[in-house]
Design a protein around this ligand. Structure first.
Ligand code: HEC
Ligand code: HEC
Ligand code: HEC
Ligand code: HEC
Ligand code: HEC
Ligand code: HEC
Ligand code: HEC
Ligand code: HEC
Ligand code: HEC
Ligand code: HEC
Length: 290
């Protein structure tokens, strides 16, 4: 329920523009999103068939097999007004994910991290009317995923099975340590992003974060070198399976840069680094908390 409220807020910021404009933003933001469908006609023969597929063949189409469409139930039922307000096109029913969530209301459980495109725009991946691809997708799998997640960027090969065998395209259950950043959770994307301009960031480096977290680097004697250059070395800006929006659990994070052997030479095999050290600044050379 919390999510729904959030999405309501978000759509004010994100979706007050036309669908074309939105799609354009999406295409700039997410390279490779396929173009809009051409003009749509009211589906013919909508009352036939008991399943939701329809073979749209015409008499002239006898040589090649006509594509078989998966038709979205409300479209097939000609329940156009559940999504459109044709009398006043400028005030269509709802927009963005809220439109889809008005019926698909089991999405986005309270305890979940979201796949960003799913909270931005369902139509990045789905068509609202009909598609030749199951689940009303705009593109075949795995190409759909690979347009945004380049093969070279993946931590594993692409031929291990269908992407959705292992990944949920909409949300992931949040683990016990998970954290969500308040401005992200509340849908205040525009605090950090120029949402009208491909989600460009308003500021670079630490400035963006120090806008609200000035006390993180308030001028103690010693500043941890990475904290001086970029908060994103250790944090993610939106959501994380780790506490404190960290990219990795604390010890793994610290030992990524600090050689374990060297650290153990200095003070033996200790864990819980942050019970003694601060990650940002301190008045002690060894970044101690006390
Ligand atoms: C599930 C919601 C939904 C239903 C039901 C629906 N539409 Fe749409 N329709 C949309 C959305 C969303 C778009 C915008 C597509 C985009 O931006 O890519 C759209 C776009 C359109 C367009 C503009 C052309 C285009 O594809 O952009 C027309 C015309 C249209 N719909 C007609 C209809 C008719 C006629 C019906 C009933 C037979 C209908 N729609 C049922 C959601 C729906
Ligand atoms: C990143 C692409 C992507 C986005 C964005 C996306 N979906 Fe999906 N969706 C998929 C894929 C892929 C499947 C097929 C899942 C499978 O094969 O298990 C699917 C399946 C579905 C299904 C049918 C199966 C089910 O889980 O119930 C529904 C309904 C659905 N999506 C609705 C939505 C809605 C509503 C939104 C926006 C809030 C959305 N999707 C956003 C990719 C996406
Ligand atoms: C008026 C209610 C309504 C709205 C609004 C709506 N849907 Fe659906 N949708 C349905 C129903 C009903 C089904 C069929 C569910 C079933 O078979 O269990 C369905 C099925 C689907 C499926 C599965 C299709 C398949 O058979 O593979 C997807 C994907 C989907 N919807 C996406 C969307 C998206 C994206 C939007 C927003 C553009 C949307 N829906 C808006 C009612 C709606
Ligand atoms: C429209 C672009 C787009 C599409 C299509 C898309 N994704 Fe994503 N995906 C994103 C973005 C943006 C993120 C968030 C990345 C971030 O936070 O740095 C993301 C995050 C992820 C993550 C989590 C990575 C992380 O850093 O936490 C996984 C896993 C993932 N996507 C899998 C998929 C799968 C599987 C598909 C196909 C069903 C898919 N994506 C389709 C844009 C997309
Ligand atoms: C057999 C299960 C499986 C399949 C199939 C699979 N993945 Fe993954 N994927 C994983 C696991 C497990 C991870 C986490 C690996 C890690 O963190 O090192 C992962 C990680 C990712 C990430 C990065 C997440 C992050 O945290 O940075 C993306 C993006 C992703 N997969 C996309 C895809 C796409 C796209 C496909 C289809 C071409 C796919 N995966 C198929 C299991 C799978
Ligand atoms: C506190 C500031 C902040 C807020 C609030 C925020 N973002 Fe971001 N976002 C960032 C930063 C910083 C990056 C770049 C991350 C990086 O480079 O690792 C980013 C990256 C992204 C990306 C590109 C992802 C990728 O890795 O390609 C998308 C899409 C995005 N944000 C969407 C959103 C949406 C949608 C919201 C609102 C629900 C939001 N952001 C709220 C700071 C923020
Ligand atoms: C618009 C103000 C704002 C901006 C900008 C901002 N934050 Fe935050 N941040 C908050 C708020 C509010 C909280 C919640 C504070 C609390 O719970 O005491 C928070 C909490 C956090 C937390 C603690 C999370 C937790 O679960 O304990 C971290 C880490 C964090 N922010 C990092 C960042 C980073 C990194 C950036 C830059 C990308 C950033 N913040 C930018 C407002 C902001
Ligand atoms: C070297 C990794 C690292 C860098 C770089 C870093 N942080 Fe952190 N940050 C952490 C760790 C680890 C914690 C958790 C500390 C704890 O639990 O005591 C944390 C916690 C936080 C918190 C939660 C409140 C607190 O102080 O415990 C905020 C807010 C925060 N960081 C903001 C920032 C900002 C802003 C920057 C950039 C100026 C930044 N961080 C750079 C590792 C880092
Ligand atoms: C991105 C790399 C990076 C990460 C991650 C990182 N550090 Fe550092 N750390 C540095 C650098 C660089 C210095 C400065 C080293 C120097 O001056 O020789 C430093 C200095 C220190 C110092 C001061 C002692 C010294 O050698 O000057 C301590 C203590 C320390 N880090 C602890 C931590 C802890 C605890 C974490 C995990 C929260 C952490 N570091 C994560 C790069 C990192
Ligand atoms: C029980 C408290 C405690 C814990 C836990 C702890 N440290 Fe330390 N650490 C210290 C103290 C005290 C020093 C200063 C030692 C000295 O100067 O002789 C120090 C020094 C360091 C230094 C500077 C070493 C050098 O080259 O001078 C690094 C780096 C460091 N710790 C990293 C870590 C990391 C990474 C962890 C977690 C795996 C960690 N520490 C856990 C107390 C702790």
């Amino acid at each position: 329920m919390k999510r729904i409220v959030i999405l309501g807020l978000m759509s004010l910021a994100l979706f007050s523009c036309t669908s074309e404009a939105r799609h354009k933003i999406a295409r700039v933001l997410f390279d490779g999103v396929p173009p809009l469908e051409g003009p749509v006609e009211v589906p013919r023969d909508v009352s036939s068939g008991s399943d939701n597929t329809e073979n749209e063949s015409t008499p002239e189409d006898t040589v090649e097999l006509a594509p078989v469409y998966i038709i979205h139930k409300p479209y097939k039922d000609q329940n156009c007004s559940s999504c459109h307000n044709f009398d006043a096109p400028e005030s269509s029913q709802l927009s963005g994910p809220d439109l889809c969530l008005s019926c698909h209301d089991t999405f986005f459980s309270e305890n979940a991290l979201v796949h960003i495109p799913a909270i931005v725009d369902c139509l990045q991946c789905h068509t609202p009317h009909k598609s030749t691809i199951s689940n009303l997708l705009v593109q075949e799998m795995p190409d759909l995923c690979l347009t945004c997640h380049g093969e070279e960027e993946l931590p594993h090969p692409t031929d291990m099975g269908s992407c959705t065998d292992c990944h949920n395209p909409h949300e992931t259950e949040a683990g016990p340590e998970a954290s969500l950043h308040v401005p992200f959770l509340s849908g205040s994307c525009s605090v950090c992003h120029d949402v009208e301009n491909s989600y460009a960031l308003f500021m670079e480096g630490t400035d963006l974060c120090l806008m609200c977290h000035g006390d993180t680097l308030s001028g103690a004697a010693v500043t941890h070198i990475p904290a001086m250059s970029d908060c994103m070395i250790c944090h993610t800006p939106h959501q994380s399976q780790n506490a404190r929006l960290l990219k990795q659990p604390v010890e793994e994070l610290c030992l990524e840069c600090h050689d374990r052997t060297r650290v153990e030479e200095v003070h033996g095999a200790v864990m819980e680094c942050t019970s003694c050290h601060t990650p940002h600044q301190s008045d002690s050379e060894a970044l101690l908390k006390f």
